[in-house]
Design a protein around this ligand. Sequence first.
Ligand code: FES
Length: 113
Amino acid sequence: MSWEPICALEQLTPERGRAALLPDGTQVALFRTRDDDLFAVENLDPFSNAYVMSRGILGDRAGTPTVASPMYKQVFDLATGECKDAERVRLRTFEVSCRDGVVAVRVPEAVPV
Ligand code: FES
């Protein structure tokens, strides 16, 4: 696993998402909450099959930070990716770090071809 730098922390608006492309072509949706917690999930909405999760609406369910799909409004736990509205559906999640003001996402090593 390695850390892929994405952007400066100040480029992330609290309560807003931002899409980023990982070296393997995976699209992630990066979020900064009001409390300055950082989360990354796959940008692909499993219900609409559209790359829209970065435009999702942040919220919380009983204190757990969530994102709602901008398409059909299903709500996902930002930390686990679990869908709160449908069992067995989950978004892939990624570890996020911030060091010296740079936000990075943890990605699997590239596999040589
Ligand atoms: S939160 Fe990024 S350097 Fe402190």
